[in-house]
Design a binder for this molecule. Structure first.
Ligand SMILES: [Zn+2]
Ligand SMILES: [Zn+2]
Length: 253
């Protein structure tokens, strides 16, 4: 594992491509959808997969269509233990038994063993730590469901990726901000607002605004009503994402 003792001194990334490779929302033609979420991050020192979605074969099929070689993935970060994020793990390990898997330390031993038996590495995450230069896990947040988010330092600002955001999307964004500093350029992933009253969604949008969040890409478990609300409030800074969608720094001008 690479370590980064001086994260603040390293130059932030000036190139990055985040591609949605598994989602229950469609985006581009020719990709299959299924409940769950996974994104591929290219442009940092390591190629990173954040979550695996629920369905390994579907994940691998989508990666193939996107010409992303699963064997080229260096690190897999699993946000939390739920099957719609970790369900594709076995499929990915079959395609890439050398990947390094960052998972919350609270994961069951059975899953850690499954990873080790495949020949892959296990990194048990508790507090914040680098995955590589400019890419950090926030560390595990939440009590009921333990979950980590990914924070990426770019030349245009901080990017935060969330799986389901069970600990709350605002605390997860705040954890990334405190870890990396600077205003969030983009928050993307599951916001977990399916059952949230609209007044609370408005408060979350207000909290995003006061945190300086510029672009939003709520998907997966964000809830259709909340997605529409974010779209109304953020206008052109709202990204409608789904499987097959790629976001680059050039899109975040
Ligand atoms: Zn979940
Ligand atoms: Zn989920």
């Amino acid at each position: 594992m690479e370590s980064d003792a001086h994260p603040v001194e390293s130059r932030p990334l000036d190139q990055l491509t985040i591609t949605v490779v598994h989602d229950n929302y469609p985006f581009a033609d020719g990709f299959k959808t299924a409940w769950g979420f996974a994104v591929h991050v290219a442009g940092a020192r390591r190629n990173i997969l954040f979550d695996t979605g629920s369905d390994g074969p579907l994940l691998l099929e989508n990666l193939d269509k996107l010409r992303i070689d699963p064997a080229g993935i260096d690190a897999l970060v699993l946000s939390h233990v739920h099957g719609d994020h970790a369900g594709g793990l076995t499929g990915l390990l079959q395609a890439n038994p050398r990947v390094e898997v960052y998972l919350p330390a609270s994961f069951p031993d059975r899953i850690k063993e499954l990873v080790r038996r495949a020949g892959a590495g296990v990194v048990e995450v508790d507090g914040p730590q680098p995955v590589c230069e400019n890419v950090y896990t926030t560390g595990v947040l939440g009590r009921r469901v333990q979950e980590q988010a990914l924070a990426i330092r770019t030349s245009r600002g901080l990017i935060v990726l969330t799986g389901c955001a069970h600990p709350g999307i605002v605390p997860m964004v705040d954890a990334a901000r405190h870890l990396c500093g600077g205003d969030p350029l983009l928050v993307m992933g599951g916001f977990h607002l399916e059952w949230t009253m609209s007044a609370k969604v408005e408060r979350i949008i207000a909290a995003f605004r006061s945190s300086g969040v510029r672009y939003v890409a709520p998907t997966h478990c964000s809830g259709e009503k909340a997605r529409l609300r974010f779209e109304e409030r953020f206008g052109p800074a709202f990204f409608s994402v789904g499987v097959g969608k790629a976001v680059t720094l050039a899109d975040l001008a």
